[in-house]
Design a protein. Structure first.
Length: 163
């Protein structure tokens, strides 16, 4: 419990001895990604039960990035022939690729028995993660990722992000 109402609402003080507020208190680490997000190749996943992303960051191979607020996401559609279509404040965003709503953890218990890491991500799907605000970023796959170990159709491959 705090001694003063001001202490409750003022920013925390840093340990640098000067007593000045530390500007990054309570913020995610610098460098682009939250330390809580798991990197699943083409997208990030917030693992915590109560974790929700505020924005979805879309990254292209050319380095351009668009971040959209989940609060402005009006509609999300998935069609296996077309991909994922997001409607955000009058703007249409298309994510095309392979296995966009496939289970990242593999195909059930048999895959989990072969690979213990796969069991941790059983039931993780890109489209479902977007609809539940669990995906903080999506990026286009590189040429090597498209063919390296994912030719069997098990991995999520984002070929293009258009906005």
């Amino acid at each position: 419990m705090t001694d003063s109402m001001l202490d409750k609402y003022l920013p925390r003080r840093s340990e640098n001895g000067a007593g000045t507020p530390h500007l990054t208190d309570g913020l995610a680490p610098l460098g682009g990604e939250s330390s809580d997000a798991d990197d699943l190749g083409c997208f990030g996943w917030l693992r915590g039960v109560r974790d929700r992303a505020l924005m979805l960051e879309l990254r292209r191979k050319d380095g351009s990035i668009l971040a959209v607020s989940y609060g402005y996401l009006e509609r999300a559609e998935f069609d296996p022939a077309v991909g994922i279509t997001l409607h955000v404040m009058g703007r249409t965003i298309k994510i095309t690729g392979r296995n966009l709503n496939g289970d990242v953890g593999g195909q059930g218990a048999s895959a989990a028995a072969l690979d213990p890491d796969a069991a941790a991500f059983a039931g993780v799907r890109l489209f479902q993660g977007i609809t539940r605000h669990r995906v903080p970023w999506v990026r286009e796959s590189g040429q090597a990722e498209r063919f390296n170990g994912q030719g069997e159709g098990r991995g999520v491959v984002v070929e293009r992000v258009e906005w």
